[in-house]
Design a protein around this ligand. Structure first.
Ligand code: ADP
Ligand code: MG
Length: 422
């Protein structure tokens, strides 16, 4: 019997894989490039401020501001790596720590993370609970002194720490050098929110901001350079249509010059093209990727709404799906909202407050509330959802309260047959 031709491997026919990405990792959000187009000035400035550490003196504390996607985190990580490389060559006594304060946002967590850079037995010697902040702080000072080193501590998204836990731990950390003998500590605070220092104790504010730097948003041309640099490493020759990078760059430039958005657009567009086994990534995939990202954004906003907002949104959705009317008044929403509250034993707010919530949902782009004149009857708002019901349904289904409330509100409890307006 004739043997079958070259044996077939299932992985050979899996769609996509192979002809676009050369190195997928390069576009991931955690990848830190070697070069940062259009950030050389900022990198030099930070390096200049930190240089005294290599000569054994304490560098000034630095505050770095800038909108999301302006390269703050990546640049800080890059500089930290460079410093560590230098340290391992020179053998200088420098410790570095990177803490994302969105993830670690308690005073204990911050001090423990810094403590761990000095010693591996921090976890064993310092209890997780039961100690007052001052005790943990004293333990940290002792560990720092034992090391006798300079520590450079990056506090990324430091505004999140202040919002969650106030500025007490920053008060301690920015004053730590006067409690230390030989050891030294410098802080690099990074914030998306330029106004966050207004919430700080004036002493903390001036100590933390000994030096400050702003990372300006990128324009479309700069974003294009950043994308080109990545694309060279990430893609096979000819995998991208020529306009793809420009389109990703201009879209992200419209959104406050966010390099993360530009990179995400490019990555998602490519993944979609791969799934379709397309030979090239075309601008059509970029548009589709943008739609998907917007949809994701809507999802995040909806799932994080407070309960009363969810109840209000559900009322609007129920009215819309039930009556097939695409416009409703605040009164219509309030009726259905009241029914949702009754069924779920939720305290019903006043109609005026629901009016405010409707405005908030409008501002978040979830619904549209248009003011129309009723002639001598005054004015009212006409409310409709901003996204098609079919697109919202899967999001609602993820939230048990909203999906149950929507079922109940739609389940015939609704007797409204016509708009109040008419
Ligand atoms: P931020 O912390 O300011 O929100 P990130 O540092 O996370 O922004 O940057 C977002 C993404 O854009 C990261 O993947 C980062 O590597 C990339 N990036 C930002 N600026 C540059 C640049 N100048 N060159 C190359 N990549 C950059
Ligand atoms: Mg960041």
């Amino acid at each position: 019997m004739q043997s079958r031709q070259a044996s077939h491997n299932v992985f050979d026919t899996l769609p996509g894989e192979g002809h676009t990405f050369r190195n997928r990792e390069v576009l991931s959000s955690t990848y830190i490039p070697e070069d940062f187009p259009h950030r050389n000035t900022e990198i030099d400035q930070v390096a200049h401020i930190l240089r005294p550490a290599l000569e054994g003196s304490r560098p000034s504390n630095i505050l770095i501001y800038g909108q999301t996607g302006t390269g703050k985190t990546a640049v800080a990580q890059h500089i930290r790596r460079q410093l560590e490389a230098k340290v391992s060559l020179q053998g200088s006594a420098i410790h570095t720590a990177y803490i994302n304060c969105k993830q670690v946002n308690t005073p204990y967590g911050i001090l423990a993370n810094i403590g761990q850079t000095y010693t591996t037995d921090w976890e064993d010697s310092i209890p997780h609970t039961g100690w007052r902040l001052e005790q943990v702080y004293t333990a940290l000072c002792r560990k720092a002194e034992e090391s006798g080193a300079i520590a450079i501590v990056v506090l990324d998204e430091v505004d999140a720490l202040v919002k969650k836990s106030g500025d007490e731990v920053l008060y301690h950390l920015t004053g730590i050098n006067s409690d230390l003998g030989v050891a030294r500590m410098s802080l690099i605070g990074i914030s998306n929110d330029t106004k966050f220092t207004t919430f700080l104790d004036p002493r903390v504010k001036s100590r933390l901001g000994e030096e400050s730097l702003v990372f300006p948003p990128y324009n479309a041309v700069q974003l294009r350079d950043i994308l080109h640099q990545r694309a060279e490493q990430a893609f096979h020759e000819g995998a991208l249509d020529p306009q793809v990078i420009s389109l990703c760059a201009s879209r992200a430039a419209q959104e406050h010059g966010d390099a993360r958005k530009a990179l995400d657009l490019l990555r998602i567009a490519t993944e979609m093209a791969e799934r379709d086994s397309a030979q090239r990534v075309t601008i059509d995939y970029v548009s589709r990727a943008e739609n998907m990202m917007e949809q994701d954004q809507v999802r995040k906003v909806i799932l994080q709404l407070p309960l009363q907002h969810k109840a209000t949104l559900v009322a609007i959705l129920a009215n819309e799906s039930q009556s097939r009317l695409d416009r409703q008044t605040t009164g219509d929403v309030y009726d259905t909202y009241g029914r949702v509250c009754q069924r779920f034993e939720l305290d019903a707010l006043t109609q005026r407050r629901i009016g405010d919530i409707i405005s908030e949902l409008d501002m978040q782009g979830l619904i549209s509330a248009r003011v129309v004149s009723l002639g001598r009857h005054g004015r009212t708002r006409l409310i409709s959802t901003a996204t098609a019901f079919s697109e919202l349904q899967p999001i609602i289904a993820e939230d048990s309260f909203m999906s149950e409330a929507l079922d109940l509100a739609a389940e015939g409890g609704l007797v409204r047959t016509q708009l109040r307006l008419m």
